[in-house]
Design a protein around this ligand. Structure first.
Ligand code: BMA
Length: 345
């Protein structure tokens, strides 16, 4: 009887513990996780009967979060800029939502003035937001096309808050046409509002993420980072998740530099998120080709533990670029470290 009572008492307790751990766990995301890896691809147009996953291959667990990019949707391309068919993306979003997972969408849109890619920094932002220009009309059509696809993804959700739409990311850098040097903060915010308002017109049910990258506009201290993060912030009604993108460069010698930049950016994002009652995320990070041993448990894990993150997301294991990968495959020397990292995250 005593054993029975103990068991009765213990079961709910253990359930409680496992529930709260689940709720507070930092989710881990990987770009294009289920459509290709460094040495495999599922890029045919047709839907596959089953799904392969980079994360599942190493850990036996499906990814919490998968990232996909919409670059190319603005021109009605059948595939995105990394050759992922949009039909397949939709199918994988459906499967991910049915497994209870989340999806994050980014958009490497082309330059609407030149037709060049996102990295064509020919200035166009001021014209885009001027309603009297042709570029504005082009952008309106592009936003409509992106929103129509996002609406299809959003409609596949099976649970609340499964879809995250990350608009106009890494604007604080100078590599995208919507970047900091392309126009004023007001121009950038106007583009954000326009895009987001159109998503509202379609009644899209999603969380919206704001994610600067390096912060170099003001003095290299905490206040400077916060000021820059705040100045381009689209506003409380437009944003649900405040994040930052920060990559590790340069192998083991780059650890200190990475940690310094990541702390400064995450501190600023965390402060703004706390003030505005928003969720916080490490929206992109990674060490390309995992060029230092135990990077996941020794560098990324302690960093993530310092912040109340909803998720941390790493970029793709490219099928098309050698050494452009961010999680190890099962044969890689860092596979065990990655598994440990996910257990402890
Ligand atoms: C970059 C690289 C590119 C890719 C782009 C969009 O960081 O991975 O090869 O085309 O993201 O996914």
């Amino acid at each position: 009887m005593r054993t029975f009572l103990c068991t009765l008492f213990l079961v709910p307790l253990s359930l409680l513990v496992s529930c709260s751990r689940q709720e507070t766990r930092v989710l881990f995301g990987h770009q294009d996780d289920v459509v290709y890896g460094s040495d495999w691809q599922r890029l045919a147009d047709s839907a596959y009967a089953d799904t392969r996953s980079c994360i599942y291959d190493v850990t036996g667990q499906w990814p919490d979060l998968i990232g996909f990019d919409l670059g190319g949707i603005e021109l009605c391309h059948a595939r995105n800029l990394d050759s992922v068919p949009f039909s397949r993306m939709l199918e994988e979003c459906r499967r991910q939502f049915e497994r209870g997972g989340k999806v994050t969408l980014s958009w490497h849109a082309r330059n609407p003035l030149t037709g060049g890619n996102s990295w064509d920094t020919t200035p166009c932002l001021a014209q885009i937001i001027d309603p009297d220009t042709d570029v504005h009309d082009t952008m309106q059509v592009w936003i409509e096309r992106a929103a129509a696809f996002i609406a299809q993804v959003a409609a596949l959700q099976t649970q609340p808050e499964q879809l995250i739409v990350r608009l106009w990311h890494e604007h604080s850098g100078n590599w995208f046409w919507w970047g900091r040097e392309a126009g004023s903060a007001q121009d950038y915010i106007a583009l954000w509002h326009w895009t987001r308002n159109y998503m509202n017109i379609l009644g899209i049910n999603a969380l919206y993420a704001y994610s600067p990258d390096k912060l170099t506009l003001y003095p290299d201290d905490a206040e400077g980072a916060y000021r820059e993060t705040l100045e381009w912030y689209p506003g409380d009604e437009y944003v649900d998740i405040i994040g930052t993108d920060c990559y590790h460069f340069g192998g083991a010698e780059g650890i200190n530099d990475y940690l310094a930049r990541a702390h400064r950016q995450l501190d600023a994002a965390a402060r703004l998120a706390a003030e505005r009652h928003k969720k916080l995320a490490f929206t992109e990070t990674g060490n390309e080709a995992i060029r230092c041993p135990n990077w996941y448990t020794q560098v990324l894990l302690p960093l993530c533990r310092e912040y109340p993150l909803m998720y941390v997301h790493v970029w793709r294991n490219a099928w098309d670029i050698p050494q452009h990968f961010f999680i190890p495959d099962s044969q890689h020397t860092e596979a065990q470290d990655f598994i440990q990292f996910l257990h402890k995250l």
